[in-house]
Design a protein around this ligand. Structure first.
Ligand code: HEC
Ligand code: HEC
Ligand code: HEC
Length: 421
């Protein structure tokens, strides 16, 4: 090769390299617009449905704050991040965003001015939505009351405070196109898949995450940990030892008490209250899709819990504590149990799970009062039960439900949850 050609090739490579580096770190701004005219009622209704299916308000409305005005802190392993104001206020919200700017944020995680958004905003899932659904969601958000509010500054740890690093994360985890229906599956199954994998972003909590916070693609839906709660595996629910059917799952997913299983608590409660706002066909489609998720080889199967032939639990110290603190609502004689066909606690996932985490969390936090599920209120016991009493009640319930596999990490789990509070 001639010298000139070599120099030419090196220069060309350099230009491509610098171009690539720029592309990795920076995206152009999309011009500001004035908030668009209000859309028609049908568009707004469709948009509201996407926004409910996507739980936007669960993250973008802080407790006591205005609808969609942001400010909820999200605690991640990389620091604390605050959700932003997505009302149409032009200065502090997204009032100057055009539809293309909004669509780019939803599909690529880039803000209107070109900065990278952190993937705590689940754009890896929203990118699977159809263009029509994104446009409807945009029209709906542009119709909510504009609110002047700016969220507090984020506290991300070094080096995660450099947003441009997100572009490397995106190279690894951001792919896939809007979901197309799979032709040989039913319309209901396809709708369920679209809601679960797209707007519902269920796998973001129900999958194990790798060290840099990406979902492990080989273990999707195998269960994860979120805010100190276990989000159980969603695989094999139809043939679990204590199986779920469609009606039970629909009840659970819409914020009601599922016969023989119980009701959602913790981070799942707001998700279920959002799904409750959707037409019931959507909840049924989600249930159908979930019931079709089979166990995979990487999804550890726990040995079954045979019921005690000869329960000794009544003599455990926790039995008396349970009588005092819980039985008025949870014993088989409690009047509350006959309402709603509520489950015996021994049948609930919280008591049957391999980890005591969700039982401890439920007892400590209770189940807050919510309008959609007013009869589900359970008081929080964080201040009235000490660690020893808490462990004793958990040991008693576990012994009733799975005497052959007692929890061995009760004290440790209680300590770690208490110190997170
Ligand atoms: C799990 C929590 C979560 C959910 C659910 C969520 N978001 Fe967000 N969203 C965030 C966070 C956190 C940010 C800020 C990210 C950052 O600053 O890097 C954000 C940022 C955004 C932004 C960029 C706004 C700006 O000013 O830069 C838009 C637009 C947005 N979200 C829209 C939505 C929509 C629409 C939905 C529902 C379909 C939704 N979000 C659901 C957490 C969430
Ligand atoms: C913000 C995190 C989060 C998101 C998003 C989420 N879940 Fe959950 N889910 C949880 C947690 C935590 C629990 C355990 C709640 C409890 O024990 O009360 C749970 C429990 C469940 C259960 C009960 C499982 C069992 O064995 O008891 C089902 C079913 C479920 N989720 C389905 C879904 C579906 C479907 C979606 C998407 C539409 C979804 N979840 C989205 C966190 C989440
Ligand atoms: C004032 C009534 C009340 C009291 C007292 C109460 N609970 Fe509850 N609890 C509820 C209601 C309502 C629910 C939600 C409906 C359901 O799942 O049965 C619930 C749910 C639960 C669940 C979650 C079941 C699931 O769906 O995963 C557990 C575990 C639980 N309670 C344990 C306890 C324990 C242990 C105590 C005593 C320390 C206690 N509760 C005291 C009313 C109560």
């Amino acid at each position: 090769m001639k010298r000139k050609t070599i120099i030419g090739a090196v220069v060309a490579l350099g230009v491509v390299g610098i171009g690539f580096a720029f592309w990795m770190m920076w995206r152009p701004e999309i011009a500001a617009v004035s908030p668009p005219q209000s859309a028609g009622k049908e568009t707004l209704d469709r948009g509201r449905r996407i926004v409910e299916a996507g739980d936007c308000a669960v993250c973008h409305t802080r407790p006591g704050g205005d609808y969609m005005a942001g400010g909820l802190p999200l605690i991640t392993p990389f620091g604390t991040l605050f959700t932003t104001n997505i009302t149409p206020d032009p200065e502090t919200g997204i009032g100057k965003w055009s539809l293309p700017a909004f669509e780019r944020a939803m599909r690529e995680g880039i803000a209107r001015d070109g900065h990278f958004l952190y993937p705590a905003f689940p754009y890896v899932h929203y990118r699977k939505l159809s263009g029509a659904d994104i446009a409807d969601a945009y029209a709906f958000l542009m119709s909510v009351d504009p609110v002047k509010y700016t969220a507090p500054e984020n506290h991300m740890v070094f080096p995660m405070n450099f947003r441009a690093l997100v572009s490397f994360w995106n190279l690894l985890f951001l792919h896939g196109d809007p979901l197309e229906p799979i032709p040989d599956r039913s319309a209901q199954w396809n709708r369920g898949r679209y809601l679960v994998e797209g707007a519902g972003h269920c796998s973001s909590c129900h999958s194990p995450l790798n060290l840099i916070g990406g979902e492990k693609s080989s273990e999707l839906f195998n269960g994860g940990v979120v805010d100190g709660w276990t989000a159980p595996s969603l695989r094999g629910m139809a043939d679990a030892q204590h199986p779920w059917n469609e009606a039970q799952l629909v009840a659970y997913l819409t914020g009601k008490v599922a016969e023989d299983h119980g009701a959602a608590a913790g981070p799942m409660l707001p998700v279920s209250l959002s799904i409750a706002q959707l037409p019931v066909e959507d909840a049924q489609a989600i249930a159908r899709y979930i019931l079709d998720l089979k166990k995979t080889s990487s999804d550890a199967t726990s040995p079954p819990c045979p019921p005690a032939a000869n329960p000794t639990a009544k003599t455990l110290p926790g039995a008396a504590l349970f009588e005092g603190a819980c039985a008025s609502c949870h014993s088989s004689a409690a009047p509350m149990r006959t309402l709603d066909s509520r489950p015996a606690l021994v049948n609930t996932s919280a008591v049957r799970a391999d980890s005591p985490r969700n039982l401890i969390q439920t007892i400590l936090q209770g189940i807050p009062m919510s309008t959609a599920a007013a009869s589900h209120y359970m008081p929080a016991f964080a201040d009235s039960l000490d660690d020893i009493h808490l462990a004793a009640i958990a040991e008693y319930l576990r012994n009733e439900s799975c005497p052959t596999r007692p929890w061995t990490d009760l004290d440790k789990t209680i300590k770690s949850i208490r110190t997170q509070e």
